[in-house]
Design a protein around this ligand. Structure first.
Ligand SMILES: N[C@@H](CCC(=O)N[C@@H](CS)C(=O)NCC(=O)O)C(=O)O
Length: 205
């Protein structure tokens, strides 16, 4: 399999960390692609009409996107414990955490548009502030709700890769006053899957 990837994408890294955690990373060739809604990448558009990474290419089968779907697919391709719990409250708990992590990363990207990426005269500070509120409220929610003792699941992978990216991009910090979340993240960041997939590089718009 081949993963259309980006070394500075929280979503792409989530898919790759997931692959490491379920023991499939060695079966995946990683290909870096720069993407931006203002700079079309033809190779990515050829596989995903949204022009975004990650995309998983499978021999003889249609491409799979986005990161949620890639993780769900990879979870069907290994014989170990499933990282997406198959049923009951654990399933909804894991998927809900994944949803919060996805929203955090999307909010972080939106903040970057309103602070760096959009030309200065087109930035809209109230929108930036609205997205910052979402980050802060989610950090506080995570400090209360994160299932720090639960067995590893997809929500943990999504959250750790997203928090690392938020720090990498120097977006509003999650650490201050949130000792549970901070301790959990610092421990997760030591995992081989995280160490094998460091963030690097700049977005090109
Ligand atoms: N919901 C998607 C989001 C993917 C996404 O936004 N990827 C970014 C890189 S961080 C991208 O390729 N953006 C290009 C664009 O928006 O055109 C997922 O989870 O995979």
């Amino acid at each position: 399999m081949k993963l259309l990837y980006q070394t500075h994408s929280p979503f792409a890294r989530k898919a790759l960390v997931f692959a490491h955690e379920v023991g499939l990373a060695r079966q995946i060739e990683v290909a870096h692609h720069e993407t931006s809604p203002t700079r079309r990448n033809e190779q990515v558009f050829a596989e995903n009409p949204l022009g975004k990474v990650p995309v998983l290419l499978r021999p003889g089968l249609p491409p799979i996107f986005d990161s949620d779907v890639i993780c769900a697919y990879l979870d069907t391709q290994h014989a170990g414990r499933k990282l997406i719990p198959p049923e009951g409250e654990p399933r909804w708990h894991a998927l809900r955490l994944q949803a919060v992590a996805q929203g955090l990363a999307e909010s972080g990207i939106a903040i970057r548009w309103e602070t760096l990426r959009r030309p200065q005269e087109l930035r809209y500070p109230p929108l930036r502030d609205g997205y910052i509120e979402k980050l802060v409220a989610s950090y506080d929610w995570l400090e209360r709700e994160l299932d720090v003792g639960a067995p590893l699941h997809v929500g943990h992978v999504a959250l750790a890769t997203c928090l690392d990216w938020l720090e990498f991009r120097e977006l509003p910090a999650f650490r201050g006053g949130r000792p549970r979340l901070t301790a959990w993240f610092d421990e997760f960041a030591k995992r081989p899957s995280m160490r094998a997939t460091p963030l690097s590089g700049e977005t090109h718009d």
